[in-house]
Design a binder for this molecule. Structure first.
Ligand code: MCA
Ligand code: AMP
Length: 502
């Protein structure tokens, strides 16, 4: 049997040949057969430039249906798709390319010069809404492509996640991992052909690329395809949709729109939130305004979605629900023993959705799995012990030093290392401060060397040239020293309470 994920989607393509798939507001409608035809032509083009099964194809492209066709083409040709946040800068890209050694790099036309300098032996092709060199090369290719036969463990994608060591790790996701999670979600959230998903998420992370589009393609429904999230546009489109997915920032921004009303969201059957904690205040305010209880779920790049509040049954604010079908989730103490409900411990997960390891990092991979094969998420949680939501998982923090800002992860060490290497800096600590819009905002506390006049502006300016701007601190504070505990570790909780009131 062919375990290629595309063959799962294909069942729906075949049944829905001329049905609409991607609805572009004020633009065109892309039908399933067009998506299948373009992905076939791109698959031929990639093979023509020398791609062979298992080769990596890196893509740093804008959100356009051409990019979706590129992802599907990679699946069909047995290539490993490597999506990259459009905000990544030169140094970040250089690392990804050196680590993943892609055969092809697909980029925006304006990035062609930069990519050419970083490409090594990779072929660089452009792609945008007008087409680009990739589509030029695909223009005369056949609209039929025999999807290659993949084994369940063959890689479908590598998605980079930052790490506590400051070095990004490529999570290797197989066809089996992606298919298992997609099937579980379609069933759990009750997707049918009649659905219209409001898709405003970026498609270079697991949430927008896998969770949202896989639910669509596996149920043969339609998606309203927004180039990026805009609260006003979203409220105006809600009456044409049945499901919306977003990070908590989307919901706080929607609440700031007077046009978000019960009437505007009448056609929606499900609002889903994830990637970062949804505050109970947001849950309550959204329910009061629209009548909808947002369904919160929990996931990770390495695992896809892990738990979800129910479609039918109580959705409990401040919890992320129960494990999805086929997954085993446990909360354990430092010795690995299970914690009873109401006791906080480390969250671990096992199942067909869990990745096989980090690309070219066998030691790191071993560290992150328990002896009996559970993946250590680095999140802390507890099983709810009270009547309301008994047996649901509640996330209570992270063992890993991680900031989540507007649904995007920032590992402080990566930013600290860059600040520490600047002239006149003794040391720094990067922390997340509470932020109404982004959940957490990145901030830095910097200790200057005597006699050096550092400024917030200069530090922010220097960082913007090096790393994606979502990682750059919104504020920089200066201090004579950093508070440390008896072990010499910087007490970030002390810094957070000191600076969150400033
Ligand atoms: C943009 N900026 C940000 C963020 N996004 N700063 C901090 N945090 C952010 N998330 C900065 C830009 O660099 C820019 O800086 C300025 O804000 C304006 O950029 P713009 O693109 O216009 O911002 P925006 O449209 O307001 O974007 C905010 C956003 C977006 C809508 C919240 O970040 C977003 O769509 N986030 C979703 C991310 C996501 O998909 N996460 C899922 C990861 P300047 O002006 O200074 O240049 S997958 C995952 O976590 C797991 C698997 C899971 O469970 O889902
Ligand atoms: P990423 O590395 O981008 O895959 O982000 C995964 C991390 O996002 C998880 O380990 C959690 O810390 C966090 N996360 C995902 N969903 C939620 C949620 N519903 N509530 C709180 N944190 C979440």
């Amino acid at each position: 049997m062919n375990a290629n994920l595309y063959t799962l989607f294909e069942d729906h393509f075949e049944a829905r040949v001329s049905a609409p798939c991607v609805l572009i507001p004020k633009g065109r409608v892309v039908h399933y057969d067009e998506l299948a035809a373009l992905s076939a032509r791109i698959a031929h083009a990639l093979v023509r430039v020398g791609c062979r099964q298992g080769d990596r194809v890196a893509a740093q492209v804008d959100k356009h249906w051409h990019a979706l066709a590129l992802y599907l083409a990679c699946l069909r040709a047995g290539l490993v798709y490597l999506p990259l946040n459009v905000g990544y800068q030169k140094a970040e890209l250089a690392y990804f390319f050196a680590d993943a050694t892609p055969r092809v790099i697909v980029c925006r036309p304006e990035a062609l010069g930069l990519m050419a300098t970083l490409a090594c032996t990779a072929v660089v092709l452009t792609l945008d809404s007008q087409g680009g060199e990739l589509l030029d090369r695909a223009a005369d290719a056949p609209e039929i492509f025999d999807t290659v036969v993949s084994r369940p463990d063959d890689l479908a994608a590598i998605v980079y996640t930052s790490g506590t060591t400051g070095r990004s790790k490529g999570a290797m996701l197989s066809h089996r991992n992606l298919a298992a999670n997609a099937l579980a979600l379609v069933e759990h959230w009750g997707f049918t052909r009649g659905d219209v998903l409001l898709h405003a998420l970026p498609i270079y992370h697991v949430h927008g690329l896998f969770v949202a589009t896989h639910c669509t393609l596996l149920s043969g429904c339609r998606m309203l395809w927004l180039a990026k999230f805009d609260a006003k546009e979203t409220t105006s489109l809600l009456p044409s949709a049945t499901v919306m997915m977003g990070v908590p920032t989307y919901y706080t921004r929607l609440l700031a729109e007077p046009s978000l009303t019960r009437e505007a969201s009448r056609s929606i059957r499900l609002f889903v939130s994830g990637s970062a904690p949804l505050l109970p205040e947001t849950f309550d305010a959204f329910r009061a305004r629209t009548g909808h209880a947002i369904l919160e779920r929990y996931g990770m790049t390495e695992t896809g979605m892990i738990t979800s509040n129910p479609l039918e049954g109580p959705r409990v604010a401040g919890t992320v629900g129960k494990p999805l079908s086929g997954e085993a989730v446990r909360v354990v103490d430092a010795t690995g023993a299970p914690c009873p409900p109401g006791t906080i411990g480390h969250i671990e997960v096992k199942g067909p959705n869990v990745f096989s390891g980090y690309w070219r990092m066998p030691d790191k991979t071993r560290e992150e799995f328990s002896a009996d094969g559970y993946f250590k998420t680095g999140d802390m949680g507890e099983w709810v012990a009270s009547d309301e939501g008994y047996g649901y998982l509640r996330l209570v923090g992270r063992a890993k030093d991680l900031i989540i800002t507007g649904g995007l992860n920032v590992y402080p060490l990566e930013v600290e290392e860059r600040i520490d290497s600047m002239d006149g800096v003794v040391e720094s600590a990067v922390i997340g401060l509470p932020d109404h819009d982004l959940g957490e905002a990145v901030a830095a506390v910097v200790v200057p060397a005597p006699g050096h006049a550092l400024t917030e502006r200069a530090i922010i300016g220097a960082l913007r040239d090096e790393i994606a701007t979502f990682k750059v601190p919104k504020r920089v504070f200066f201090a004579d020293d950093l508070p440390r505990n008896a072990m010499g570790k910087v007490q970030k909780n002390v810094l957070r309470s000191k600076y969150s009131t400033l």
